[in-house]
Design a protein around this ligand. Sequence first.
Ligand code: SAH
Length: 444
Amino acid sequence: PACRLLLAAALGPAGRRRLPCHHAVAAARSSSGTGGEPEAEGPNRATAMLRHLLLKLRATGPVTVAEYMREALTNPGQGYYTRRGSIGETGDFVTSPEISQVFGELIGIWYVSEWIAAGKPKAFQLVELGPGRGTLTDDILRVFNQLASLISKCDISIHLVEVSPKLSETQAQMLTGGKGQANPKDTSAYMKGISKTGIPIFWYRDIQDVPLGYSFYLAHEFFDALPIHKFQRTEKGWREVLVDIDPEVPDQLRFVLSPSSTPATEYFIQPEERRDHVEVCPEAGVVIQRLACRIEKDGGAALVADYGHDGTKTDTFRGFRNHKLHDVLTAPGTADLTADVDFSYLRKMTEGRTATLGPIKQREFLKNMGIDLRLQVLLQNSRDTATQEQLHHSYDMLMNPKKMGDCFNFFALLPHHRLAHPDKKPEPKSPLPPVAGFSELLMK
Ligand code: SAH
């Protein structure tokens, strides 16, 4: 019920941001995209990144898939996110916040509802990892603004963790309406600004630079962009998959297997592993560990939304360019590379420092958060049939099990005391409020 009241108060009768756009061609990266076949691309097309990698491979020999992915995505000169990072209908892939403003609005309500459940602390930081175009935070800030009567006394600040200078500029434009101030002296941030609604915003390259304190963390399609190691079971045991130069075709890369087991195979593969092919993302483990430590110490919560599995899938490494599947080893730096998030690994890496909820399917989370009610209000208030069609279309993209509804998951980290009263006697009088989105009862 608290969530329903928040929904009514936060969301006015109509969309405030923009009309949802029509994604006739746009593809989410969650599965195979719309294109079917990988985009045709001449094998000899040597991008600057490919030339850099060829030099490196000639000098050092094969590299791990993680090293290859890190270079292709975030190399400071030629990485995909550094130079291109093209998100949205006209870009390489589309994400839920870009499809509908309702997505970010419901996530904004989630944070307000957790803030209330925590006893309305006097201040909180909203920390977003990998904010893309800044759309999600913009939609959340609009909700905070709508709920000003409730939270205006709370000291809120926004902290964005972004490696791409290009995307951080786009975010500054979206959130502040102009350029951010570069290299401010008074903070560990590389850029700062003020939101259109007067909330301070800071940019960092690493979560470690973000100040400590009561924080709500958000990672939407962030973990899937972090570098993975790949392992293959062979008759001789586990071998790591590496990237090497193809000796048969000039300027072309290929996958090879490490000739013997490596420390990584020993360290990352569990003895009880049943799969034949395994992907591990140690960087995701490190980030989730940091979030868990921070939440354990200072309080708050983390919401992670991404496509992924619970330790069951095998080969999910893929590339996207212009909404089409793109061969991961072709023209590196010009396409987004991604792999499914292993939520069982994230849960394991919290090491019990926080409680975890989920992963639950996106369509269940959004339904629990009241997306149907929101759709009804927007439909009732839209004047033309074209807008109504777009509303239905974007709802379908987010919720349809065959589109983004089933393969995207929500996963949360919460302090243990949020889910269970500490062992105190006498018994506390009031039960703990359920966590919005993860509980079906809330909207009934
Ligand atoms: N959350 C956004 C964008 C997802 S794309 C959305 O849903 O629309 C991935 C984002 O993570 C981009 O902003 C990219 O630049 C950023 N990113 C990728 N690797 C990163 C890293 N190692 N550290 C910080 N940001 C990273």
